[in-house]
Design a protein around this ligand. Structure first.
Ligand code: NAI
Ligand code: ENO
Length: 364
């Protein structure tokens, strides 16, 4: 258990960490620091923190663990404000989406006897602020930590304890490996999503097409609704890797463009088949950045209380639903829901129980 954890920036991620720490009783005292009074008020009201302050330097005295959860562009200036007030042995971590620049600068700034260990929970959403915080956000999500070779094991263990404590799966890599990987799976996809939306804006009358956008447009552009300030900082901080992956993406797009323009049927098919094959490797068992899941789809008649009925049956049998999604609803016709479980045994048992109760169930 931690004695005193200070979270600087009680927004979506910092607030979720506070809620998770409190819910799992992992810290005797959680202190929230923010420059936004509304987020501090909400953090107190929701129980994410025990106390709040606007003064990072005062807050970190006597704290063994400090989490900086501001946008990446603010991390080192926040560290500068508080570093001389850290207790001997204190560990500072962050949750930022980029690592090389911040970890390198932060490591240079740490006073003797204190340590910085970079962290990045691979969980989040397009929402921001304490209002979007969620105590379960990190459960089963990957949490990347990026220590340097000379970071003492004791400091690394502290951050691993935090990540595992809030329910995440800890993955360790170098800051360089991290930045390349997330450029490909998170940063460039965000740019592409933004560019797709802006394409509609640029086309005459394009915004009128928005309501016609079926699942495909929604799925490929969801993240574009994210916080522009946060994403600006991410792109600037990881510009090397982002530009490299973007160049690769541009080549892929041009290959497709040429194949279509030259009517090369075989090549179009080959490129689409490759994408389809590889995309299917993200197992149905993997949702976003979350770890493996075992899924079922349950048909439900259009009657009140159907979802409660299903949840009740599984709850009575002690089966935990890890994720739930309504896939299709037709008024008067019913629809279907997707349920996910953390284990194959949970999935098998859920299928058995629900079929026995007369539900139509398919395993995914
Ligand atoms: N939103 C997401 O899905 C994810 C975000 N991250 C990273 O987490 C960090 C925080 O992101 P969010 O929680 O989404 O942002 P957010 O905007 O919800 O929260 C940031 C908080 O930091 C506060 N803040 C900003 N500058 C400050 C300063 N100088 N001093 C004190 N407080 C300050 C803001 O008032 C706000 O409450 C970012 O570095 C982001 O890259 C990591 C994983 C997922
Ligand atoms: O909404 C989503 O699916 C995200 O991609 C959230 C997210 C945003 C930034 C990160 O560094 C990690 C995760």
């Amino acid at each position: 258990m931690f004695d005193r954890v200070v979270i600087i920036g009680v927004g979506l991620i910092g607030g979720s960490l506070g809620l998770a720490l409190r819910r799992r009783s992992l810290a005797r005292r959680v202190v929230g620091v923010d420059k936004n009074p509304e987020n501090l008020r909400l953090a107190m009201e929701s129980g994410a923190v025990h106390e709040t302050t606007c003064d990072p330097a005062g807050a970190v005295r006597g704290s063994e663990l400090v989490v900086i959860a501001t946008p990446v562009g603010e991390t080192t200036s926040v560290l500068k404000q508080l570093r001389n007030y850290l207790s001997f042995g204190a560990v500072v971590t962050d949750v930022g989406s980029t690592k090389v620049e911040v970890c390198t600068r932060a490591a240079e700034m740490m006073p003797p006897g204190t340590w910085f260990v970079g962290g990045h929970p691979m969980a989040g959403s397009e929402y921001s602020g304490m209002a979007g915080a969620d105590p379960y956000l990190f459960e089963n999500a990957f949490y990347i930590i990026t220590p340097f070779p000379d970071t003492p094991a004791r400091a690394v263990e502290r951050v691993k304890l935090l990540a595992a404590g809030v329910g995440a799966r800890v993955v360790q890599m170098t800051p360089e490996q991290h930045d390349r990987a997330v450029a490909a799976v998170s940063h460039v996809p965000h740019l592409v999503a933004a560019a797709l939306v802006n394409t509609l804006v640029e086309m005459p009358g394009g915004e009128d097409f928005l309501p016609l956008g079926a699942g495909g447009f929604r799925d490929t552009t969801r993240v574009a609704a994210g916080n522009p300030l946060m994403w600006r900082d991410i792109f600037l901080s990881n510009r090397g890797a982002v530009i490299e992956v973007l160049a690769c993406f541009r080549r892929e797009l041009e290959r497709l463009e040429r194949a279509i323009s030259d009517r090369r049927e075989e090549e179009i098919l080959t490129l689409l088949e490759q994408a389809s094959r590889v995309r299917k490797k993200i197992p149905a068992r993997m949702r976003g950045y979350l770890g493996s899941m075992f899924e079922i789809v349950v048909g439900i008649p259009d009657r009140p209380g159907m979802i409660a009925g299903i949840a009740g049956l599984l709850g009575e049998a002690g089966i935990n639903i890890s994720d739930i999604e309504i896939l299709r609803v037709r008024e008067g016709e019913g629809g279907s829901i997707r349920l996910a479980f953390a284990t194959a045994a949970g999935q098998e048992e859920a299928v058995r129980i629900l079929r026995q109760a007369g539900y139509q169930v398919v395993k995914r």
